[in-house]
Design a protein around this ligand. Structure first.
Ligand code: GDD
Ligand code: MN
Length: 359
């Protein structure tokens, strides 16, 4: 890992505003002026990855003028997350605020973030999705953003109740995490901080996510794939484990049917009941002692088992209902079954996360 070069003496202020930049020479000056006119007594840390358009030089020139700017120069483009980490390593303030340099994050929200931090919040998120917030995204990007938020809510219980866990604009008490805990190289550093700290002491303040005027977004499909990988690893691969358990359950179910009905010549309905409950028990045990072994959720194992049975019945109900209704409307039976499986999987998974093994 490269060592970030340090420019100027480290200033110790109450707040460091960390701004990662890559080819933002047109935006950074405007942003810095807007922050400076608020006279906030902050340190601004610009972390630039050797932008070809010389963003770092622009920031450095402004640093000579204002005196509260630290420019961290990194040798090559290495992602926002590590830029923020290196920004933290180059500042020692009590609070850290992270924001983009492209003016999509209006700096006028900084005082509101600061107010909540001073009131003792661990993390304060500038949020597009609380009352008063807004997002000037194009429709497809809005949809992607909502989907990504949903994926986070499903997989990471630490994001429960947080409307905009994907925000790139937020503040936190710097001793909440060690900079070294930031290990991904993707965009979703807030998720990492939420999971690493496990804090529920979070508030959201509304802001309007503006359209970008100059330069262009560095977010592409590659980031989405990185995002999925990040969510899976942050969640300890919960969803994949759950899926594997479900598959073992299905195999066990088939196997028992073969033995009970095929081997012992018992009636089919009896085989179906025994095989089903056996696979529910086996799924439950595997999920309890493997998938969710790290969850310190409340309740005895037996209570969880009862709840799990309820969730499984609900899942089966949804499976049958979907097939019934969809075929009624002319959907082919195989497609209807596939949708039914998806529906019952979602119910089972959601119920397991949100009810049975709820944190
Ligand atoms: N140092 C450094 N290195 N900075 C980078 C890099 C990099 O590899 N990649 C991007 N940046 C800087 C950009 O210059 C900009 O200031 C900021 O990080 C955000 O990059 P954009 O490319 O403009 O991101 P976006 O607008 O598509 O997405 C933003 O909004 C999302 C929704 O709130 C980001 O803030 C996301 O994190 C956020 O989820
Ligand atoms: Mn942007």
């Amino acid at each position: 890992m490269e060592i970030a070069a340090r420019y100027e003496v480290v200033l110790i202020k109450e707040v460091s505003i960390i701004i990662p930049t890559y080819n933002e020479s047109e935006n950074i000056a405007l942003l810095i002026h807007r922050i400076e006119t608020m006279a906030l007594d902050v340190q601004i840390v610009v972390v630039d990855d050797n932008s070809p358009d010389k963003t770092a030089d622009v920031a450095e020139r402004l640093g000579k003028k204002y005196g509260n700017i630290t420019v961290v120069r990194r040798p090559a483009k290495n992602g926002i997350a590590t830029a923020i980490r290196d920004g933290m390593l180059n500042s020692e303030s009590k609070y850290v605020i992270v924001m983009d340099s492209d003016l999509q994050h209006p700096p006028e929200v900084i005082p509101k973030i600061l107010k909540d931090l001073r009131r003792g919040r661990d993390i304060v998120i500038a949020s597009r999705y609380v009352r008063g917030g807004q997002s000037d995204f194009s429709l497809p990007r809005k949809a992607i953003s909502r989907m990504a938020t949903l994926i986070a809510h499903i997989n990471l219980q630490e994001t429960e109740g947080i409307k905009d866990p994907m925000s790139g604009y937020f503040g936190f008490r710097r001793d909440l995490i060690k900079p070294e805990q930031i290990v991904s190289n993707g965009y979703k550093i807030l998720l990492e901080i939420l999971v690493a700290s496990g804090t529920k002491n979070v508030s959201e303040v509304p802001y309007r996510f503006n359209r970008r005027k100059n330069g262009k977004s560095k977010l592409g499909i590659g980031e989405f794939i990185k995002y999925i990988k990040l969510v899976l690893s942050l969640s300890n691969y919960l969803m994949l484990k759950f899926l594997v358990v479900g598959l073992t359950g299905a195999i066990l179910n088939l196997l028992l049917m073969r033995i009970i009905v095929g081997g012992f010549n018992e009636p089919i309905y009896l085989g179906a009941i025994v095989a089903l409950e056996a696979s529910i028990i086996s799924n439950f045990l595997l999920n309890n002692y493997w998938t969710y072994k790290n969850r310190k959720s409340n309740g005895t194992v037996f209570r969880k088992y009862l709840k799990y049975n309820m969730m499984s019945s609900l899942g089966s109900g949804i499976y049958f209902a979907l097939i019934f209704v969809l075929t009624l409307f002319g959907v082919g039976y195989l497609l209807a079954t596939a949708i039914g499986i998806l529906g019952s999987f979602s119910t089972n998974f959601g119920g397991s996360q949100g009810v049975v093994w709820h944190l």
